[in-house]
Design a binder for this molecule. Structure first.
Ligand code: SF4
Ligand code: SF4
Length: 463
């Protein structure tokens, strides 16, 4: 058994800091460096390799350097009783419950999700040898949890990150939030490796960057996620070609398991303690039986406010009245529409009824005008070949309805298009720049209209 009660650390670079972050209980009492110039590190004494007091040699030496023959030789001559390379003790980070959950879920619910389990030890080993780069300071893994079908939890949008941090079917939410996997995701931001981030998809990551030796300081983890996004049910009344090839409505075993998962979330405390509670980024909130039940569960309706992500087609006057009566402080609606005309809408939001949607939006606008503090409305528009010409009219429509914000995003390939089809549908070149036709639309006078009240977000298009 490795004794980490008193340790001496060889190295004072990023690897050493990674070690201290991941093994906070390891009591580092001194450092060893190759240089004579460093006398102190983190308030502890630094010894050069030629001046180590013998009394230190009874403690465990942790070598925070890349393994190689030269280092091997130096370490042998240092004559410590016990010495371990950082990468060799990485196995101490493995959480058994992760492996168990993957085995179980892999056997029973494989069709639900992409289990990409890699032991923490492997991730840590790869991460410590990944270069740090100068990029954005992101605090998602420190405050955010998204729960996906099958109970998988991500500390970022599940599409932007490459790995989940655990599964709440098998481990308590509290344990999961403080697990080694969750810590590793946080470390990847602190040490600027962005090890779990999908560089092609994350809208915040800068596309050009330099290597760096610095890390982010002052990123603190909240006790529980501040922002929880429930995305456990894919059931929806629409079949948008960008999202799926067939209609989906959970029933049978899938329904039962998802209902059980919903109860776990309701009881977890996350629903009441988190500042932001979002339903949902998968499926339709007003169609799924499970989401509807959650939305009106007393533990959730206790909240001051809620964010509801919807396609808007089922947000009728009756439903809105019911919501307003229950959530009396604030409701934020995030409504994805993607079109300004009936013809385009009914092509790319297959199964949707544009006339009914407009009726719902006009009623929402009326209620918002009567309760401006209580209702916030953000409209989403996923830009693609079939709709980009409607961008200016969409902004005008949102302004006329007196909504707060419109946000334009890029279309992603969720596996419903072939590469050729996607190249055709996407309005972006291979290097990420907008295609010429889209650039022309983005010069429209509506973007500079000073009388317009609605806020327009196009950052994702021109990143
Ligand atoms: S993928 Fe982007 S948003 Fe997610 S953790 Fe990484 S940098 Fe943050
Ligand atoms: S409305 Fe949303 S969840 Fe439903 S099919 Fe369309 S994109 Fe998917």
């Amino acid at each position: 058994m490795i004794n980490l009660k008193k340790t001496i650390v060889y190295g004072i670079n990023r690897y050493q800091k990674d070690f201290e972050y991941m093994f906070p209980k390891a009591n580092v009492i001194a450092y060893i460096t190759d240089s004579k110039n460093n006398k102190e590190c983190n308030g502890k004494k630094c010894y050069s390799i030629n001046e180590i007091p013998n009394k230190l040699k009874k403690y465990t030496l942790i070598i925070c350097n890349r393994k190689n023959e030269k280092i091997d030789k130096i370490v042998k001559n240092l004559n410590f009783k016990k010495a371990y390379y950082l990468e060799d003790i990485a196995y101490l980070l493995d959480d058994n419950f992760m492996q168990f959950s993957v085995n179980f879920m892999g056997k029973h619910f494989n069709e639900w999700g992409c289990v990409r389990y890699k032991p923490n030890s492997e991730c840590f080993k790869e991460m410590i040898y990944t270069d740090s780069i100068d990029n954005i300071k992101c605090d998602y893994p420190f405050r955010y949890a998204q729960i996906q079908p099958g109970g998988y939890v991500y500390t970022c949008c599940s599409n932007w990150t490459t790995m989940e941090v655990g599964n709440i079917f098998f481990v308590s939410p509290k344990k999961l939030w403080n697990s080694n996997s969750a810590k590793l995701h946080r470390l990847a931001i602190i040490n600027k490796t962005y090890f779990f981030c999908n560089f092609d998809v994350c809208p915040f990551i800068k596309k050009s960057f330099k290597k760096t030796d610095t890390r982010f300081e002052n990123l603190t983890t909240s006790k529980y996620p501040n922002e929880v996004c429930v995305s456990i049910d894919r059931s929806c009344n629409l079949k948008c070609p960008s999202c799926r090839n067939s209609f989906c409505n959970y029933n049978g075993a899938k329904y039962k398991i998802t209902k059980h998962l919903a109860n776990k979330i309701i009881k977890s405390g996350w629903a009441t303690k988190s500042k932001h509670f979002i339903m949902s980024s998968q499926g339709e909130v007003f169609f799924s039986k499970i989401y509807k039940k959650m939305l009106f569960d007393s533990k959730i309706t206790n909240r001051d406010y809620i964010k509801i992500h919807t396609n808007g087609t089922l947000l009728t006057k009756k439903t809105l009245d019911k919501l307003c009566a229950i959530y009396d402080k604030r409701i934020e609606f995030l409504i994805t529409i993607d079109a300004a005309t009936k013809q385009t809408y009914e092509k790319i939001r297959f199964g949707g009824n544009f006339d009914q949607l407009m009726k719902n939006l006009e009623n929402l606008s009326k209620v918002k005008n009567e309760n401006p503090e209580k209702i916030f409305v953000l409209l989403f528009f996923v830009v693609q070949k079939d709709n980009y010409k409607e961008i200016p009219d969409f902004i005008k429509m949102a302004d006329e309805l007196n909504f707060d914000m419109v946000n334009f995003t890029r279309i992603d390939n969720w596996g419903t298009y072939t590469d050729e089809e996607f190249k055709e549908i996407s309005m972006f070149n291979k290097d990420g720049t907008p295609k010429k036709e889209l650039q022309e639309i983005l010069k429209n006078s509506v973007f500079k209209d000073k009388k317009r009240k609605v806020i327009v977000e196009t950052n994702e298009l021109i990143r």
